[in-house]
Design a protein around this ligand. Sequence first.
Ligand code: IMP
Length: 443
Amino acid sequence: MPNIVIVGAQWGDEGKGKVVDVITPHFDVIVRYQGGNNAGHTVVVGREKFVLQTIPSGILHPGRRNIIGCGVVVNPASLIDEMESLVQRGVSLDGNLYISKNAHVIMPYHPALDRASESKAGKHRIGTTGKGVGPAYADKTARVGIRMADLLDEQLLREKLEYNVKQKNRLLREIYDAESFTVDGILSAYLRYAGWLAPYITDTALLLHNWMEAGSSVLFEGAQGTMLDIDHGTYPFITSSSTTAGGACTGSGVPPTRINGVIGISKAYCTRVGEGPFLTELHGETADLLRARGNEFGSVTGRPRRCGWVDAIGLRYAARINGLDTLAITKLDVLDACDTIKICVGYKYEDEVLTDFPEEERIWHEAEPVYEELSGWKSSTAGLRDYEDLPTKAREYLARLSELCGVSISLVSTGPVRDETILVNDSTLTRWIPSLRSSLPPH
Ligand code: IMP
């Protein structure tokens, strides 16, 4: 069985949680490799809805081992809440969850700095989730961060806290006029969290190596999406981690030579939360229709998501940066009500039409989308499970999207529940996982 990375091909919220949930039964280990509790992976199992923030979606499948890799930033209080709520709902964590010693910890001053800097940023505001993810990664890169292993060493933790709290308090008080913190207050809370989490904290890169040597297959579950990547996204309107496929290696300690394939997830349209360029954004009736039909409200912050047409230039870029082998298209049924559907096939900037995703911020803001227009199918695709049952126009839409991105489509999601899924016959995904159909209930 291959080792596969799943990445978002847009600005996050593509429905990765559902696709991971469908294919997880065929993997032994599921790894989260970046991001933190800014993510919200919604998974519907039977009639129950779970929103996972830091724990891999594989936790909902008994017997799968789940890793929070070194590339993740962990808010211990939020993680413990998530663990307790899973246990209350009957999900077992014993022997199923492992946290990297090298993962960095979100400290209380990180959300405070995140919110304070956003409140003073004016037009440079990013629209972060306010969870402290950016400041935690900033400390990691500045080499002053605190790692999960440090939580288990009281003396080292105190030393690192003394340095950080002094520095952060000055920033918070003098620059942002915001609340400050005490070392003792943080220390006592974080030692308590450490006691709780200690059984789960381990050398996950070594575990992964040993398990892979023994033949285990690994699924890497990305959070956010390509366009929010720290290097490849629409900087500075991005998150602070490596959301693209390369992040799976650095964020887990698994070498590139052990990864066999990458699946990109894209909605049949496009959404974005927070500030930043979004060339195909719609306003008015069609945006409202997509938002209402797609329930496009943030699963972590509840913010209404910005909605627009799919951007084939962006998707082709995601295919290139991630080396996508195949695509899963989600929420096709949301488009059922549209008279016409547009695909962005070019960025018109000054006198040129660009067909490769540009790197200049000015172009993202000032270009105009060049659209190809297709007529809608105006019938329900909700819950369909066979490609052949899709209306001809829906199949034409998917075929055109695939052609424009240069990537085949292996899976189409037609609803939130696990079995509202079309597996394309003889596709990359069914070739990788021949028994994939067996994870979906029979028709
Ligand atoms: P941060 O990750 O909280 O720093 O936020 C930076 C940007 O990434 C903001 O535009 C957020 O809305 C966006 N973002 C962060 N996490 C997610 C996510 O899980 N889905 C979609 N957007 C996200």
